[in-house]
Structures are given as C-alpha cells and as structure tokens.
Design a protein around this ligand. Structure first.
Ligand code: ADP
Length: 633
C-alpha cells in the first residue's frame, strides 16, 4: 500500500513548482503508467516514491511507515527490499557478467529460475556490454526482481528500444505486475493504452486524469533491518573491476611503482651504504692500535666523565681532579698481553733507554716502505721510521744526532751505544700520513734484548674486528689499567658523515613519498568520478556508504599490494647493475641492500599511502546523492 498525500516539490534554487499537491494511492499490484509531456515532473514523482529525493511538502506513506521519517539504515533497507528501479539506459556494470550484475548485492538461490523466466539463461556468463538493448533491459529487470521488491519503479524502460522489443519488455512487466506494483513512467501513449491497468496523466506538476481510483486498502508490515552484504561479494566486485580496467590499472600501478622504486632505492641504498660502511669501518678501523702506557692521559674528556665529576661536587669544596692516570703495568699484565699475540698483527713495545725511545716489534713489519738502506735482520739493528721525511728532534737528540738536517747516507750505518750495547741504524723506512702505523715513527727494532724490562708503552694492532673484541675482553679484565682505543675516536667522526648522507637520502625519499601519495589521490579521484553512476546504482540498491567505502578502499589496497610486489621485483632485478655501478664508483660492494625488511616496508608504505590517497575521494562518495549520481555523465 503506497499513498502520496499532498505532495509538492520545488527544487532548491528554482522557482518552478515541479509537483503541485499530488494525491495518489496505489494497490499492491498492477501496472500503472504515468503519462505526460517531457518536463511535467514524471521522473521527479518516481524519485520521490523511490526515496531518492524528498518532497517539499506532503508525506509518502509506505504501508506502516512514513518514507521521510526513515533513518539512513532503514532507507537502505527500503531501497534494497521495498523498491527496485528500472532505467531507460539499464545502468548495468559493464565489467561484470550477467550473473554478477543480477546478484550485485544479494546472492539469489533461484537465479536460474529467474534467468529462465526472463529468457536470458544462455547469456548467464556473458559480459553485459555484448548484449542487445532488450537483453540488457531483461538483465536490469532480473537484477531488480532478484531482491524481490514490492514495487518496481520504471523510468522510460522502453525509451531506448525498438517497437518489437518494447512490446516484449512491457509484456514482461505486465506479467510481473500480477504480483507486484509496477509503476512505469513513459511518454509512449500507445504502450500505456495497450498494457496499463491504470493511466495517470500529469501536466505541469498536476494530475490531470487518473483512469482508476484505488478501492482496496491492504497494509503490509515490514521488518526494517540492516542490508547485509557478504565479504565475498565485495571481494568479487573489487577483483572484477581491477581485471576489467587492467589497462588503466597497469598504468597506475606503473606510475605508483615509480614512486615506490625511488623510495626503495633510497631506503635500500642508505641502509646498504650504512652496512657497507660499517663493515669497511670495522675492518679498517679495527687495525688501528690499542695503546697502553705507564701514564695515560685522558684524551677522551667525555661527557660522562664531566657528568660524574659534577655529581661528586658540592658547595664550599673544591675537588682535585687528575687528567692523567698512572697505570701500574705488572708482569702478569705483560703475560696477559703475550697471550693475545695470536689475535694481533703486531705487538709493539716501547722502551725508554737513557732518554731514547725504542719501539720493539714482535715480528718484521711488511707494510713499511724502506726508502734507504735495508730492513731489519739482526738483534742490534734499528730502522729509523720517518713520516714524509720528517722526524721528531727529540728522537734524534736522544741518540746524539743534533743537526737539523741529515742525508740518508749520514744516517744509514750510524752506530750508537745505549747501556753498554751498540746499535746500528741499517735503514730508513717511511709511513704515510694516513697509515695506521703513523705512531711508529722513531727507532724500530725486533730485538728481544729488552724482554727483561718493563716497557713504558704498548701498541696492539688487532688482526680484524673479531680479534679486536677478544683483545678488548682481555684488557677489560684489568680495571686499573687504562688503554686508548684509537679507532673509536676516529669512528665518531665518520658516523657523522654517514648520518649526514642518510639525512639527504631521507629527504629524497620523503619527496618520493609525497609524489606517490598525490599520485594515488589523483588516481582514486578519477576512479570515483568514473564510477559515480555505479556508486548511485549501489546506493539505489540499498548498499550503505560503509560497503561502498570497502569497495574503494579494498581496490586501493589491492593496487597497493600489486604495486609493492611489482616494485620489489623491479628493484631486485635492478639491484644487480646498480650494485655493479656503485662498486665501480665507490669500491664498496652490495651498497643497494634488497631484503625482506625492505619488502615489508614497501608493502606497509604502499598500502597505507593507498588508503590515505583514497580518503578524500571516498569522502566524496559519502556526500553523493543517488539522484545526482544517476544523472552524472
Ligand atoms: P519528466 O520526467 O516529466 O521529463 P522531470 O521530473 O525530470 O520531468 O523534471 C521536471 C522539471 O523539474 C523540469 O523542468 C526539470 O528541469 C526540473 N528539474 C528536474 N530535476 C531538477 C533538479 N535537480 N534541480 C532543478 N530542477 C530540476
């Protein structure tokens, strides 16, 4: 039972009264034709009955409810279960086949029966854009009947069809109207006269004639509830839309992948670069010596130390603080050092004999560059190690050489006595500024003559990073003996450089991110615009905004997922030539690091950006009115 009570309609911002005080009652079945010239308000009336728009005045009573007072959820239910729309242009979803169009929201157990009834059983799995006009309208009617609505609202259902097909469709509607109320808006007088049970004529928004008044009053009761749609249904719509628009989707995946690839390049290179540098650092820096001397100066005036010192202070007292520390080097300590000989390349012990400092190395040093004379071979032989042809005056003075300048010949072969033993300089060796042997300048010997004495300092040159850790473990056992690890001082400097490089790379990746997000935003916006009619159709079938959101977000998540996999594969392939190139440029291998961590990051970034990118377009769909969607071209 459908009653229109004093219905008037005036569109916002328009002075024209489109519908003027309409009073109509409809039975629960029968074929009603609304006839009238174009612009007289027929479609407007149909939209009001369908709950797509609201009257300016009056009420529409649907059995036991007033249409205008239904909430959003109940209105969805009304669209889904009470009314069904048939349009002139069918409004089918082209990327879905016949069955999927019919079962767009709800699954139908009697689909075959329905297809049979509408004579389209053999088209079941066909794409709808290959169908004829009449077949398309049959699919639209099937979609409508699939929800088993009480009322069918048909807006010019035969407007785009030839006479023969028009008759077939009207025949079908006539048949349906035996059990349901079918309201057909048309300007085709002949068809109306042939098929209608009742003809209502409209002119300038008024009913000018009504062939048959209603007598019976049957009131049905409706249990309004939520329209539920299965996850599979939503998933199917997403999947089919992605597949059907594969060309465009390939383009958008490619476009987004460019952003993702640049991001992964930045992330991969920065993490790989850090790792490569760390390895390089470990290997090279670990070769710098660990220095232990009788008096250690606190070179590293660290914050911690200052902090500790402050903690101890209190007002009115002055605390004495020593910058140097006396290390008591015991025999036990020396034995400990000897025990880690295997972990070192060299152990150099420095002895102070009558003011002369002699470095004694435990084996011949190969890296030294002999520039005059010969290398060490005997106990009492010494090498004079210089740096860029320079040497500290004090060292020369301590062995009685007091001139400012000496030729190689004057020095090679020079003999001197220390504690009754004669020494001879047999050669001159050089180190360069960046050599880690820099600290070895002076007199170098391989004699074990001094072994009975306690050296004044030690230089331990670890073999590599792992061995260095072992050495440090041994040294740390002696809490009272301080040592200086040269590499840590140098390392502090180099990490600053790495941090700076990483910051620059990070900025690049931020730009890549921004570009990608904008790109996704534009792509989803276009997608929404393209599908406004479809959104209107979904809404007119009672699909709530929530489900429409799922469809769009789901699509973007899927595209984000595909994009990240594509990007990952591309970058994985590219990493081979890129790493080769970077190795040629920097000498470091595997700078572009592609691992599962990166894949995870790309996935997260890609999917979340896709969700963010689709946020505004989805908000747009929420605001769209069904009636505006349907008019959208
Ligand atoms: P019919 O279906 O009989 O051809 P309509 O119901 O579509 O006529 O339109 C009736 C009148 O209302 C027309 O003059 C049309 O221009 C006007 N109209 C329809 N929709 C709107 C709207 N959204 N805003 C303003 N005017 C409208």
């Amino acid at each position: 039972m459908l009653i229109l009570k004093n219905i008037s309609k005036q569109y916002e911002g328009s002075k024209t009264i489109v519908l003027n005080n309409i009073n109509l009652k409809f039975e629960n079945h029968g074929l009603i034709c609304i006839l009238g010239p174009s612009g007289c308000g027929k479609s407007t009336l149909l939209n009001l009955i369908g709950g797509l728009d609201y009257p300016t005045e009056g009420d529409i009573l649907v059995d036991d409810a007033i249409l205008g007072s239904l909430n959003k959820k109940d209105l969805d239910y009304y669209h889904n279960k009470y009314v069904g729309f048939i349009y002139q242009n069918y409004n089918l979803i082209n990327y879905l086949n016949v069955v999927d169009n019919i079962e767009l929201i709800n699954k139908n157990k009697r689909i075959d029966e329905l297809l049979d009834y509408l004579h389209i059983k053999d088209k079941k799995h066909q794409k709808v854009n290959n169908l004829s006009g009449g077949e398309k309208q049959r699919v639209a009617i099937a979609r409508c009947l699939s929800n088993d609505p009480s009322v069918l609202l048909c807006d010019e259902p035969t407007g785009a069809l030839d006479i023969k097909t028009s008759n077939e469709i009207m025949e079908l509607l006539k048949n349906i109207s035996k059990k349901k109320l079918v309201i057909v808006v048309t300007h085709n007088e002949e068809l109306a006269l042939q098929y209608a049970d009742r003809i209502i004529r409209l002119e300038d928004g008024c009913v000018i004639s009504d062939s048959k008044k209603i007598i019976k009053n049957v009131i049905n009761k409706y249990n309004y509830s939520k329209v539920k749609v299965s996850r599979r249904k939503i998933f199917n719509i997403i999947k089919k839309n992605i597949i059907s628009k594969y060309k465009r989707n390939i383009l958008s995946v490619a476009a987004f992948s460019v952003g993702l690839i640049s991001l992964s390049l930045v992330l991969g290179i920065s993490s790989g670069f850090n790792k490569a540098l760390e390895k390089e650092e470990k290997d090279s820096l670990s070769k710098y010596p660990i220095y232990i001397s009788k008096t250690s100066t606190n070179l590293d005036n660290s914050l911690e130390e200052i902090f500790d010192f402050k903690k101890e202070t209190d007002d009115n007292y002055i605390y004495a603080k020593s910058e140097t520390h006396e290390n008591e080097i015991t025999e036990e300590y020396i034995n400990e050092l000897n025990s880690i000989k295997e972990n070192t390349n060299y152990i150099v012990k420095a002895y102070l004999i009558n003011n002369a400092l002699i470095n004694v190395v435990n084996k011949k040093i190969d890296d030294l560059n002999i520039i005059a004379g010969s290398n060490l071979s005997k106990e009492n032989e010494l090498l004079l190690v210089v740096n860029n042809n320079r040497i500290n005056t004090e060292i020369l003075k301590s062995i009685n050489l007091k001139k400012e300048k000496y030729s190689y010949d004057e020095l090679v072969g020079y003999e001197f006595k220390l504690k009754k033993k004669t020494y001879k300089i047999v050669g001159i060796a050089s180190t360069s500024e960046d050599s880690y042997l820099y600290d070895l300048t002076g007199l170098l010997s391989i004699s074990d003559y001094f072994d009975k004495e306690i050296p004044s300092a030690f230089f331990l040159y670890p073999k590599d990073y792992e061995n260095k850790q072992i050495i440090l473990k041994h040294l740390d056992k002696y809490k009272d003996i301080e040592y200086t690890d040269y590499s840590t001082t140098i390392k502090k400097l180099s990490t600053t450089i790495v941090d700076a490089v990483s910051m620059v790379l990070l900025c690049f990746s931020m730009i890549a991110l921004l570009v990608s997000t904008i790109m996704i935003g534009i792509i989803s916006y276009i997608s929404v615009l393209e599908r406004i009619k479809e959104i209107g159709l979904f809404k007119s079938l009672g699909l709530s905004n929530r489900y429409i959101k799922y469809i769009f977000v789901g699509e973007n998540i899927a595209l984000g997922y595909i994009s990240s996999l594509v990007s990952y594969s591309v970058i994985k392939l590219l990493s081979i030539p890129i790493n080769n190139l970077l190795q040629n440029l920097t000498g470091m291998s595997n700078i572009l690091l592609i691992d599962s961590n990166l894949l995870f990051i790309i996935l997260i970034v890609s999917i979340s950006l896709n969700i963010i990118g689709s946020y505004f377009p989805i908000r747009k769909t929420k605001k769209l009115k069904i009636i505006d969607c349907m008019k959208y071209e």
